[in-house]
Write a protein that binds this ligand. Structure first.
Ligand code: SAM
Length: 282
């Protein structure tokens, strides 16, 4: 077999699959059972290629026993995370935020802290800021800031650039497009950028939800943690939820993805809507 053919056919052995899948679940929470073997294999092909590594045995040596191992772990995490996201994803949540959550919160607070806890490439936190602007415009002036965190460094980089394609904003209303997006001045360009007044409200930070301490200061009134817990086992889901609750003010709202639930978990959250929870006072 020549080298090129070899490069396209790197298979992961049992030992290496066990080693990598256990490490990834411990480190970032993402479950990789046997049925995900080919997914892991395919997502890591590019890393092996870039590093000029011939097989997964050598890759494991590189990750676990070389001086560049820690750097490679970050690249590996980037390669294995699923970063699928969209503007206006699960739009009922933004409606709930504007019409139910914010009117309650502003009764007692003039400054609102929001957190997008797995923000991917930024569509979710920018949408949160846009809907804050809508609320402010229709109701009353409040200060707010959005912290947006994720473990994937390439996603965070894209999020910070805030540049998207016209295709990405097809779902956005014309009014929102006009109000919150800038078109590229280059003729024929398909690129759009989030306007600076929205960008300045959102701060990005790398946070691994599996870590004991997130290093976040202050507490949050609105938290979106959507479409990330599905990748974790029940125990890790419960741990992450508890840490998020510790970062929420009394009366704060938590939004999960529509296929995620807190069923069977004991905590200070009450269900107030579809995948929406409110923190009770202790
Ligand atoms: C499918 S995206 C969801 C993005 C957005 N919340 C949404 O609903 O559209 C899942 C995100 O979770 C991030 N993620 C996975 N494991 C994580 C962890 N342990 N800590 C922080 N973020 C993580 C991934 O990098 C990815 O960007």
């Amino acid at each position: 077999m020549n080298d090129t053919a070899n490069l396209s056919l790197r298979k992961i052995g049992d030992k290496e699959f066990k080693q990598l899948s256990e490490f990834i679940e411990d480190e970032v929470g993402i479950k990789l059972p046997e049925v995900k073997r080919s997914l892991l294999e395919s997502r890591l092909q590019k890393r092996l290629k870039i590093l000029g590594i011939v097989d997964f045995k050598e890759y494991c040596n590189h990750v676990f026993h070389s001086t560049e191992g820690a750097t490679e772990v970050l690249e590996m995490i980037d390669a294995i995370t699923t970063n699928k996201t969209d503007f206006m994803r699960e739009p009922a949540h933004f409606e709930y935020m504007v019409h139910e959550a914010l009117p309650e919160i502003v009764k007692t607070r003039a400054s609102i802290n929001l957190w997008s806890a797995a923000c991917s490439s930024g569509q979710e936190p920018y949408n949160m800021a846009m809907f804050m602007e809508e609320f402010i415009h229709k109701n009353r002036a409040v200060n707010y800031s959005v912290i947006a965190t994720d473990i994937s460094k390439s996603s965070l980089q894209k999020a910070q650039e805030a540049v998207y394609n016209n295709r990405d904003i097809e779902v956005v209303s014309d009014r929102f497009k006009k109000q919150y997006f800038l078109k590229s001045r280059k003729a024929g360009s398909e690129l759009v950028r989030i306007k600076p007044e929205i960008r300045k409200q959102v701060t990005f930070q790398g946070i691994n939800l599996m870590k004991e301490h997130y290093g976040l200061s202050g507490k949050f009134d609105i938290v979106f943690c959507r479409n990330v817990l599905i990748y974790f086992n029940k125990e890790n889901q419960a741990r992450v939820i508890q840490r998020i609750i510790d970062h929420m003010t009394d009366g704060a709202y938590l939004f999960l993805g529509h296929s995620e639930s807190l069923a069977g978990m004991r905590n200070h959250l009450v269900s107030v809507g579809s995948s929406v929870y409110r923190k009770e006072s202790n």
